[in-house]
Design a protein around this ligand. Sequence first.
Ligand SMILES: *Cc1c(COP(=O)(O)O)cnc(C)c1O
Length: 461
Amino acid sequence: MSRSELAAVLSRLPKVDQVLADPVLADSGWRRTVIKRLVGKALTALRDRVRAGDQPQIPDATGLAASVRATLDDWSRPRPRPVVNATGVLLHTNLGRAVLSAAARKAMTDAAGPCDLEVELDSGRRGSRFTALQPLLRTVMQTEDAHVVNNNAAALLLACTVLGPPGGVVLSLGQMVEIGDGFRVTTMAGAGGCKVVGVGSTNRTHPKDYEAALRGEAPGCDGTAASAILWAHRSNFEQTGFVREVELPALAQLARTHQVPLIADLGSGSLGGNLPDTEPTIIEYLEQGADLVLCSGDKLMGGPQSGIIAGRADLVHRCRRHPMARALRPDKTTLAALHATVAAHAREGRRGLPLYEQFGASIDELRARAEAIAETMEWSAATSIVESRATIGGGSLPGDTVPSIALRVPSVRPSRDARRLRTGEPAVVGRIEGDALLLDLRTIDPGQDEALVVALRALVR
Ligand SMILES: *Cc1c(COP(=O)(O)O)cnc(C)c1O
């Protein structure tokens, strides 16, 4: 394009003031500076494309105003957006892990306003945000003391920063777990300056490997004995074959002999109930001799994103008083939801905890719901209802699955239809298995069955 042609195209771009004056923006209720920035960015992008030799459609002022308005309308919707989890993964990390109970949701909303977070209403004196939860948490976890932080990564960071230096923590190479998004146990443990001394090998680690580090003789010790033992749960993988790990009770023995604390990063802390007993409970890990256990509040505990440091009172106290604890402390809505969740664990049947209800639903219940949906959709039950396997997910119980029932969406292009369901209203996230688009009933809240039908009707229309 010649210079003059370029200038002619650029001159057809609408003027900022024209776009701003368009009624869809003028009456939008958004601040003028915000709108102006969006308009400016859209015009710059168009200019750049024209200069680069593209031939973009040049919108008029109304057209550009409409597209900016669409962005503003999109920003007006609550985010993250609610979705129907039809994946069959109960604790789906990317879908927000644990689904909170009705009681936890209510507690969060109530605490959103003014609340007695740090005041003793009785005396009117300043209090601690943890006072109300601690006795309940200690009782349910059967532990001397417990402290709450933002997530399990924060628990790991805090415990290792407080207890690791000067010699750092010793960790088996077989437990150097990478969790989601590229984060590793070793780097999280070391982020506060604690050295992580890896010992053993990928598949086999022996007591003598730990002993060498506890005497300061392992490679990587630089002559200083390790100050704590770290044991990390292999949350998301399994090892088979020629493997050996030192079990927790034997590590506890070593820890006592060398007078160092044993920190167990459980990732997912189970409090028992009807969940698979392949995963020991937090209480069992403490009984096996862990001085501190670290766990997440939003995995098997079924609560809000949070992390718990539980165990020996003197060690928990040191964590609580470290300056870093202030940077990792949870907010009032998290504490409120966690309180409601822990209280549910203290009650018979753990009623109201969605994770437990979803996990405990019988195949007959799931099948009946699938049949009702298939009938409404006028789908043949014979072809649209299939047996499935749900997983717990969320870095817990790798390899464990639960029998389930799924709806097989009649579809000629499953991946296109999966996308249409994800971007529909309500958004439904299913799973593709082979050439089938499956919607697993076990992870769908029964209260969402009707919304699912709305989404399916929109899909087949
Ligand atoms: C999940 C997990 C973490 C991180 O927990 P967040 O609550 O996501 O921060 C750390 N360690 C292990 C072993 C885990 O499974």
